[in-house]
Ligand binder design. Structure first.
Ligand code: DX5
Ligand code: ZN
Length: 232
């Protein structure tokens, strides 16, 4: 008997792409088999780095049909959710550690019509996001300290992926469990085995070692392998 299969999403992170050729990077992801694009918004306050804002999201929106998963690494998500929705974000993912009250942020995102994601940094316990699970569409477990691409995966976050999977399954929620940071084929398999269903991939998709479609094919095989051995 075959196991019920969940959809597994590969979401290349444009932070690792060539910023002078983002249209090409988006097209390569779309034609190479990606399921979504992940866009990392950083304000130089919540994290030390500064990346980009709504204008860039709108420019990417104009060149792809892929869903856009907007990761708001910013201190005041309430101020900006309207702008990122207007720019074309399909899911707006805020951080539980931001300065705004999480329930207000959830409501504000919902009011824009976007799907709602909530992210936790590596030191933040799963229990911080647990009460929000019935109200959200994506739980994003960070597997590096937010701010930069190309860091090493922190395996100690995997118990949070398992906890999120178990909690969502117990409430029969279709919400996605995302893993973000240091996702390469080996760690993607581990994360899929733990129950992740949405895989943010920066340097493992955009690099000089292989073409985007080849890299995505390797990641696809890796997550399918993990999902097969993992939870039903
Ligand atoms: C880090 C970002 C990640 C980053 C992932 O703060 O949230 O989305 O782009 O890049 P890799 O996959 O290279 O770790
Ligand atoms: Zn991210």
């Amino acid at each position: 008997m075959s196991l019920p299969s969940r959809r597994l999403w590969l979401a290349p992170s444009l932070l690792s792409a060539d910023f002078a050729a983002l249209g090409d990077a988006a097209h390569a992801a779309e034609s190479g088999g990606a399921d979504a694009l992940h866009l990392d918004v950083m304000d130089g306050h919540f994290v030390p780095n500064i990346s980009f804002g709504p204008a860039l999201v709108a420019a990417v929106r104009a060149v792809t049909k892929l869903p856009l998963d907007i990761h708001l690494m910013i201190s005041h998500p309430l101020r900006y959710v309207g702008a990122f929705r207007k720019a074309g974000g399909d899911t707006l993912v805020f951080h539980m550690e931001s300065d705004d009250p999480p329930r207000e942020v959830v409501r504000a995102i919902r009011d824009t019509g976007a799907a709602v994601g909530a992210a936790i940094r590596p030191p933040t316990p799963f229990e911080s996001v647990e009460p929000l699970l019935p109200e959200i569409d994506e739980v994003l477990v960070m597997s590096v300290h937010p701010g930069f691409s190309g860091q090493r995966f922190l395996p100690e976050v995997l118990p949070k992926v398992r906890a999120a999977r178990a909690a969502l399954d117990s409430m029969r929620s279709p919400a996605l469990v995302s893993i973000d940071g240091g996702v390469v084929p080996e760690t993607a398999t581990e994360a899929a085995r733990a129950g992740a269903t949405f895989f943010v991939c920066g340097n493992s998709v955009y690099n000089t070692l292989g073409r985007v479609d080849e890299n995505l094919a390797r990641l696809r095989a890796a997550v399918e392998r993990g999902a097969r051995d993992g939870v039903p």
